[in-house]
Design a protein around this ligand. Sequence first.
Ligand code: MN3
Length: 204
Amino acid sequence: MSFQLPDLPYAKDALEPHIDAKTMEIHHGKHHAGYTTKLNNAIEGTAHEGKSIEEIMGAVDSSASAGVRNNGGGFYNHSLFWKVMGPGKGGNPSGKLAEAINSDLGGYEKFKEAFANAAATQFGSGWAWLLVGKDGKLHVSSTPNQDNPLMPVADVNGTPILGLDVWEHAYYLNYQNRRPDYISAFWNVVNWDEVAKNYEKATA
Ligand code: MN3
């Protein structure tokens, strides 16, 4: 049983004007598809075969192969990324998630600032994260390349509930080098219902 590229949960142009259709087409159809194929190749005939992606991520320590770390991360991160966005979304988090953002991160505006800062200052390619840490509290972090908080190699460990891809392939066609504009636009498409579900699961 190998990993399959998940379908986009909306049309390629559904996030316009914030994320353009051409970027979505290449990002999902080429980049994510590529990570999926290469992950399957990397785990074939290894102890990872048949494991869940979360189990595989949880085994990425400093001795992990680059193939599993980069392509497994690429597969997992993008699978989360498509789902935490949606057309006609944005707005503010509510319920328990909003309460946790208030108590753990000093409120929604402080959280947004910290997350945008993590995304903007991640040097080169990587991701910004909102995650539930081992302490059960919310944290904001960033990781290089396709690393993520599930990996023991990450600086801050836990379960990611929101991620933002800051690789140039995620924004260059529409925003060129203006990463901060892409980060600002992201807030218009965040699917907070999905993030709240991820939060409930991670804290259950
Ligand atoms: Mn990407």
